[in-house]
Design a protein around this ligand. Structure first.
Ligand code: GRG
Length: 302
């Protein structure tokens, strides 16, 4: 029988990877003092305000499973975190969710003003593509970089994350059923996870069959992640999640917890985690971190 999942040990492992990502971010983000300072201060503020760094961790893992070094894909890992951060900065704006706090700290527009927060998101997104394109690691083939630019553009764009956000805004007024909620979250959440995991693997030339398996993992991981996010919104500890209990319901959002109830949502998350583990059947111990990460999503408290 498999050993029970040790949340505390895995949290330590995640923390180490997060620190590695943060060291890369310190290296690749334009300096805070760069001209004009306000935009660079705001970019640093948004990026340095915590976060689990899951997307860059997935980039590094994709590369590692394909036999490559973390170093060789570090700019791409940073790029995925910058895109994620831009989406949060824009999502918090008055025209979107109108949130005053993110991870327990005042949101970017609260500190730097609305116009600067819009520009901060724009600058982060633009910098992300600059980082991917400028990856000069010797072992990386430029053809791989072009594939990754296209993959990330698709995942972040109107048929990916932005499309998901549009469906989310529409659902606030019109309501949404279970199938459409799944579609919304595939676009809004899972596409960026997919692009992250595949990017590292593509840059290290993983064959198509492996990429297919990682893609299945990422979609199920994204769905499980979103379902547990909804569950945490109902029964999470605000001191760990950084947001008050019930904020989705307060904002009129349809969630899995609302549509299915907590118990059924937990069952569905469990099924997604099982699908994640099944999708890794063709990999050996090199995919053990991804296996633990899937189990972590089931047990996470933030
Ligand atoms: C405004 C362009 C635009 C897009 C917004 C991603 C997104 C779309 C909005 C963010 C709000 C949200 C609840 C998104 C769903 C994905 C999700 C659960 C994001 C939070 O990801 P974590 O938990 O964040 O990885 P941390 O804080 O750890 O970085």
């Amino acid at each position: 029988m498999a050993a029970p999942f040790d949340l505390e040990a895995f949290a330590g492992e995640l923390k180490q990877k997060k620190e590695q990502v943060e060291a890369y971010l310190a290296e690749y983000l334009p300096a805070k003092e760069a001209y004009p300072p306000v935009i660079h201060q705001a970019m640093h503020y948004a990026v340095e305000n915590g976060g689990k760094r899951l997307r860059p961790i997935l980039v590094l893992e994709g590369a590692r499973i394909a036999g490559g070094s973390a170093e060789s894909v570090a700019p791409v890992a940073c790029a995925l975190e910058l895109i994620h951060t831009y989406s949060l900065v824009h999502d918090d704006l008055p025209a979107m969710d109108d949130d005053d706090y993110r991870r327990g700290q005042p949101t970017c527009h609260k500190v730097f003003g609305e116009a600067n927060a819009i520009l901060t998101g724009d600058a982060l997104l633009t910098a992300a593509f600059g980082l991917i394109a400028a990856n000069g690691a010797e072992e990386i083939d430029p053809a791989g970089i072009i594939r990754v630019i296209s993959l990330v553009a698709e995942a972040a764009g109107s048929q990916g994350m932005i499309g998901g956000q549009v469906l989310d805004l529409e659902a606030e007024d019109a309501g949404i059923d279970y199938e459409d909620l799944k579609k919304l979250h595939r676009l809004k959440t899972a596409e960026l996870f997919r692009a992250s995991l595949l990017a590292g693997a593509i840059l290290h030339k993983m064959p198509a069959q492996g990429l297919k398996a990682l893609e299945r993992y990422a979609y199920n991981f994204g769905l499980a992640f979103q379902i547990t996010d909804d569950i945490l919104d109902v029964k999470g500890d605000p001191s760990l999640t950084g947001k008050p209990v019930g904020s989705d319901a307060k904002n009129g959002k349809t969630t899995y917890a609302v549509l299915l109830g907590l118990k059924e949502s937990e069952n569905l998350a469990r099924q997604c985690i099982e699908a994640c583990l099944e999708s890794l059947a063709g990999f050996g111990p090199e995919a053990d971190f991804l296996r633990r990460l899937a189990l972590y999503v089931m047990h996470r408290n933030s």
